[in-house]
Design a binder for this molecule. Sequence first.
Ligand code: HEC
Length: 266
Amino acid sequence: MAIFFLFCVSCAPKKEKVTGIGSQNVYRITLSDPFGRVSSEFWTAQKLTALGARKMPSSFFDRAMKYSGTQFEAVSLLRIISQFKLKNGEDAVLLNCFDDYQGFLPISEILKYDLYLATRIELESGSDKPGWLNPLIILVPDGKSPPFGERFLTANIRELKFVRSSDYYGPIRQIANTSKDAERGFEVYKRNCLFCHSQQGRGGDKGTRLNNKYPLSSDAEKKKFLDDFKSFHGKDNADKQDVEQFVSDDELNSVMEFLLALKKGG
Ligand code: HEC
């Protein structure tokens, strides 16, 4: 039986509303030209679904959210990607969300898991819909096991931005290269924390700026980091941001080595 690590990322109350043209929500799709000039196209749900939308369920979603019978209208992400000429070696899509979460999807994973982008969600009648549960939502179709990154169930997406992963992670990786522990910490951070705790202008800003808040220069300060982590990110987290389930103490220690390396180098 598959084990699902589930919790939702975009659970915080929304500060921002989707910008509308009339009743249509507007989303951005952003890419750069061969000279590095960045530009955005504006897409509505209608324009997305015109690419060929399907009504579909997602048992992964239902299990994650403890719903049943949810229906989506969704478009293949590959179909969307194929509308664009990626000329700069872009190999990933950044998912910028209204609540400052920043998802990161390698195009290889979109291919492997045949991911969809939901433009509409219909919960079974009588179900409560939390405020953050808005399209665009990344959807794992039935018959596929979920990719690692989708433990975080990315919803409320306002922008898809094509990037090169080497550019995206480059500045941080370079700093983390200083020791084996810091390098390992970077990998843990990248897979579990960067979505909400940005570094060097990469990642989301949903969570606290960890570098400012935690000097980590003594054992007592390190303990404070661990204690705060566990008290916020434990099982009881009201917004289901139970990140503790994904990381061991040993991994958190290497995350602190990584944060220290950033302080020295960044
Ligand atoms: C889904 C988004 C998300 C992810 C992923 C995430 N965090 Fe957080 N984190 C938050 C939010 C939101 C807060 C609370 C911020 C506040 O209190 O305003 C927080 C708080 C914290 C705190 C306590 C700081 C404080 O101000 O109380 C620590 C320490 C922390 N996170 C570390 C981590 C580490 C380490 C990881 C990865 C292993 C991680 N977080 C992953 C969103 C996230």
